[in-house]
Design a protein around this ligand. Sequence first.
Ligand SMILES: NC(=O)c1ccc[n+]([C@@H]2O[C@H](COP(=O)([O-])OP(=O)(O)OC[C@H]3O[C@@H](n4cnc5c(N)ncnc54)[C@H](O)[C@@H]3O)[C@@H](O)[C@H]2O)c1
Length: 329
Amino acid sequence: MSSTIRYLSAGDVSDLLPPIAEIVDVTEECLRQHGEGHTRMPPKVDLGPGGDNFLHAMPAAVGIGGGGDTALGMKWVAGYPGNTAKGIPYVNGVIVLNDPDDGRVVAVMDANVITAKRTGACTAVTARHMADPNSEVMTIIGCGVQGRSNIEALLAVFPDTERMLCYDIDVERQAQFADFVSTTHAIAAIVPPDPQECTEGAHVIVTAGPISKDPKPVIEPNWLQTGTLCVALDFDGYFTPASFDRADRFITDDLTQYASYKAAGYFGQISKEPDSDLGAIVAGKAPGRPEGSPIVLAANLGLGILDVALANAVWRRAESENRGTVLPA
Ligand SMILES: NC(=O)c1ccc[n+]([C@@H]2O[C@H](COP(=O)([O-])OP(=O)(O)OC[C@H]3O[C@@H](n4cnc5c(N)ncnc54)[C@H](O)[C@@H]3O)[C@@H](O)[C@H]2O)c1
């Protein structure tokens, strides 16, 4: 039997991805499988060459033991904070998918769009379970790739959002982002001059600045109104240790991965431990949003299972429509 590998460029992946509402549903189903034990996902292996640069191997399998469609593969992804100033994406990588029956590589695809979409979708699922259902003011800090994909996914879950506040240290990027949001999503986009004003009145706050082992966080607990969901994609980069302590509920997207990052030197100033993870919450094995007006802080660190599940959906569509480039194995 002759083998081939389907290569899908960033453009192919963008064309083949389902609409955002469907991506959020695929993400939620994958998290439910994770909570029910139908996945395998060892913590990321980091071969980063130093500083705050990372280079991760993220092997993952979804749908193990009767949990639905099986997806098996690995994301190989770099994050270099200095790239932004050079006009190169911060995060770059590929996803390799394997046939679960015989182990052959069946596809190699660009990972950048999938990383952006799955992270936004994971925020949206977090918000579906842990935010005030009447949330209508969203804050984005860090107006880059993640800023765009996170606001898109949040609006899919909160279509009645009234306004978005955004902040970036680069005022030009901040203004461009606000223009993009108001024209693409037709909601009011405000550009406060500092992070404190940007958090005032927010129901959901997403931070997507740089990740560092030596962070300089600024968001203090008294900036947060009660009932707010905080989603930290940049780990402890923006929320101070006091904000972590103030949270009525501290969750993460995977407890094992949180412990692994902590052992590697991240979250060095955070003594509070997460109460539960998102898979357990979605599967109904851990409590969702507490009663009243809690402050919830979610440190979502990024899950390989979400990458391979979405990559699998993209590859299946590419197979049925014969898209991308077919290479000899
Ligand atoms: N947790 C996850 O699942 C996940 C997934 C992908 C990326 N990330 C992380 O999200 C972050 C953003 O990634 P991206 O691809 O959007 O990068 P990006 O370069 O596209 O955007 C980052 C933005 O942050 C801005 N910025 C830098 N320092 C800032 C500060 N102190 N305050 C406010 N803004 C600041 C930059 O000007 C830029 O606009 C990175 O830390 C990345 O590692 C997390």
